[in-house]
Design a protein. Structure first.
Length: 138
């Protein structure tokens, strides 16, 4: 009588490992894209908060408005890990920008003076006073 073999052969184990590797290779870019979209939404929310704090400061004491230092606490929250926030003041207009620190992130956020936010590809450098190229409204 022949004894029945229990368990898996080496070939079967290698096939399972290859299948898991293929699934991981397909899923990883999707996961990274999802993480970037989530962090981009957080950056947009931070920029909106900063804009609202500056507008509130303008209403309560317009003569002493220091746009350069307004909402500093919010700025520190956004720049700590994932994005670098820059701001440019042109007269009484404020432009905000969140550029990604991670080299794998493709998009940044740019906000004009009216509060319209744009998702921009390959956004780097200081905030500009005109809309950068490769942007779409979000």
């Amino acid at each position: 009588m022949k004894q029945k073999q229990l368990g898996m052969s080496l070939v079967e184990l290698m096939v399972v490992i290859i299948i898991i590797g293929i699934l991981a290779a397909v899923a990883m870019p999707q996961y990274q894209s999802y993480v970037e979209k989530t962090r981009l939404a957080e950056a947009k929310q931070q920029l909106l908060t900063i804009k609202q704090e500056i507008e509130a400061q303008k209403l309560t004491n317009p003569r002493e408005l220091d746009i350069g230092n307004a909402a500093q606490d919010s700025i520190n929250n956004i720049t700590n890990q994932y994005y670098t926030l820059t701001r440019t003041v042109d007269g009484s207009k404020l432009f905000l920008q969140a550029s990604p620190k991670q080299p794998t992130y493709k998009y940044g956020i740019w906000m004009d003076n009216s509060g319209t936010t744009y998702k921009c590809k390959n956004l780097t450098g200081a905030a500009k006073t005109n809309q950068p190229s490769n942007c779409e409204v979000i």
